[in-house]
Design a protein around this ligand. Structure first.
Ligand code: XMP
Length: 521
């Protein structure tokens, strides 16, 4: 792999993604990693990420100097570039001139040649994204300077002999116009790493792994209707076929068409064994009269586990009758979850604490997590490669508790029907307007405890408002409200008030996150 050394801040994940977009498998390692540990991983390249520190700060994250002696090609970015400069005998100076944001850099005459690493074939003047206080004022001996900016004499350097390269700017950020070219040039031209990481290879490799892990045991997987569990299950199904059983708990809180997409389209595409648990009555009974958001979430979570365990116990029982054993549970854990929880070996056993529905007390499943090394966009690419329907693979994030937390007030069948209709109209119109790529997600919320006066036809109405919450985001941690065109909002509003009984007002949520969360509950 290419190892991305994480110096803090949010850049390492983005770099790892860009490396993979270049067709090269990458993994993130913490900056405390030793040269020995790196060597043991046999990396084909190393990228040192940016970070929020100054190399002069007390306790600034350092790099084991042995790492630069391994003979592995290295690309230093921003803080990583400065650490590299310092360790190799260059000079990093407090210039007192901070560069932040889009900045012009000029390639040096030496870099203008066709064979210049990192910047070959790029225009002499270009715009890059900078974010730094200190600057490299002198390149280490034997390095040539590739670029400079008004306030940074050494904005990029290279030593072909040592196969070491660095840029002060952030090539992983889209605002650096030729950023991806810099990354690809380092990987393919300078380090000579081929572009052979692609969905087809990932599938083949994971199928092998799953077979090796599972042996001849049986496997169970809960499907939520979301992308991750759908792709994880499809991969496992590719590996073990009929020995996988999927369980889909229909809690009645999904959006229009979603249960059918799982029960019909997903099964048609994969041929997976599916057990559907109709738990609608159980969920709605348990939610009756409850309007506190946290209580609703807890009830939905609890009922979900109960329903899933009951179904799992049946699957285990049936397997026994057939002389088989269910030993594994599939989970759709993604790489960002793994990185953010500090790694871990993936051998966790989940133990069932709820002794319900005849589930044996000591029932333990080992986890199969075929998406543990993948980013979300890769999961989607693999899902497409596996032939999953676009409505599932392209689905925007949707919370586990579903429409249950999009009704402000208690949840009833009628209210669910109202919200489902309004939500379907919104999704249809946003998609038709081609906004799916721009919008991260658009919760549609029914204010069931609020009424307002309206006039429809010849009469006065006293109906409920629907809230539209379109947001743009990179990762759901922060978000901004999407500037949806007025004409489109007008159309959506018209359709909802005309087509959905009980709704006489449509309002737009124009709050960023923070302070507002994306969901209303
Ligand atoms: P908030 O409302 O916290 O949401 O800004 C951030 C993202 O998380 C989703 N979300 C959930 N997803 N189970 C989930 O699987 C949940 O309980 C849940 N609550 C919120 C939300 O849709 C948004 O994408």
């Amino acid at each position: 792999p290419v190892l991305v050394v994480d110096f803090g801040a949010q850049y390492a994940q983005l770099i790892a993604r860009r490396v993979r977009e270049a067709g090269v498998y990458s993994e993130i390692v913490p900056h405390g990693v030793t040269a020995e540990e790196i060597k043991a991983r046999k990396p084909s390249g190393i990228v040192l990420s940016g970070g929020p520190s100054s190399v002069y700060e007390e306790g600034a994250p350092a790099l084991d100097p042995g790492i630069l002696e391994l003979g592995v090609p290295v690309l230093g970015i921003c803080y990583g570039f400065q650490v590299m400069a310092q360790q190799l005998g260059g000079t990093v100076a407090h210039t007192g001139r901070r560069e932040y944001g889009s900045t012009a850099v000029r390639l040096s005459a030496e870099a203008a040649g066709e064979d210049a690493p990192l910047v070959a074939g790029q225009p002499g003047d270009q715009v890059v994204w900078m974010s730094h206080g200190d600057s490299v004022s002198e390149a280490p001996e034997g390095f040539r300077v590739l670029a400079s900016s008004d306030s940074t004499p050494v904005a990029a350097f290279a030593s072909d002999e040592r196969r070491m390269y660095g840029v002060q700017w952030h090539p992983e950020v889209k605002h650096s116009v030729h950023g991806q070219q810099v990354i690809e040039s380092f990987l393919h031209d300078a380090a000579g790493i081929p572009a052979d990481w692609n969905p087809g290879n990932v599938i083949a490799e994971q199928v092998e792994r799953i077979r090796a892990q599972v042996g001849d045991a049986r496997v169970i997987c809960g499907l939520s209707g979301g992308v991750d569990s759908a792709v994880a299950a499809a991969l496992v199904q590719r590996a073990v076929g009929d020995r996988l059983t999927c369980v889909f708990v229909d809690h009645g809180l999904l959006r229009e068409g979603e249960a059918e997409q799982v029960e019909r389209d997903y099964v048609a595409a994969t041929g997976v064994n599916l057990v559907v648990v109709d738990a609608v009555d159980v969920f709605l009974d348990a939610l009756e009269g409850v309007s506190d958001p946290e209580t609703k979430r807890k009830i939905i979570g609890r009922e979900f586990i109960r329903a899933f365990e009951r179904a799992a116990a049946d699957v285990v029982e049936q397997a026994k009758e057939e002389g088989g054993k269910v030993g594994f549970l599939v989970q759709g854990t993604l790489y960002p979850d793994v990185v953010e929880s500090g790694g871990g070996s993936g051998t966790a056993n989940i133990k069932s604490h709820h002794n319900v529905g005849g589930l044996p007390e000591d029932l333990e499943f080992a986890l199969v997590e075929p998406l543990r090394t993948l980013f979300k966009d890769e999961v989607r690419a693999i899902g497409r490669e596996l032939g999953l329907p676009e409505v599932i693979v392209g689905r925007q994030p949707f919370p586990g508790p579903g429409l249950g937390i999009r009704i402000v007030g208690s949840v009833t069948r009628d209210r669910l029907a109202t919200l489902r209709r309004a939500d379907a109209i919104v999704r249809e119109e946003l998609s038709a307007a081609g906004l799916d790529g721009e919008i991260w997600q658009c919760p549609v919320v029914l204010l069931a405890d609020v009424r307002s006066v309206g006039v429809q036809g010849d009469g006065r109405t006293y109906g409920h408002p629907i809230v539209l919450r379109p947001v743009s985001s990179e990762d759901a941690m922060t978000a901004d409200w999407t500037r949806v065109p007025y004409d489109l909002l007008a159309k959506v509003s018209n359709r909802i008030t005309n087509e959905v009984a009980e709704v006489n007002r449509v309002v737009l949520d124009v709050t960023s996150k923070p302070p507002g969360t994306i969901e209303w509950e």
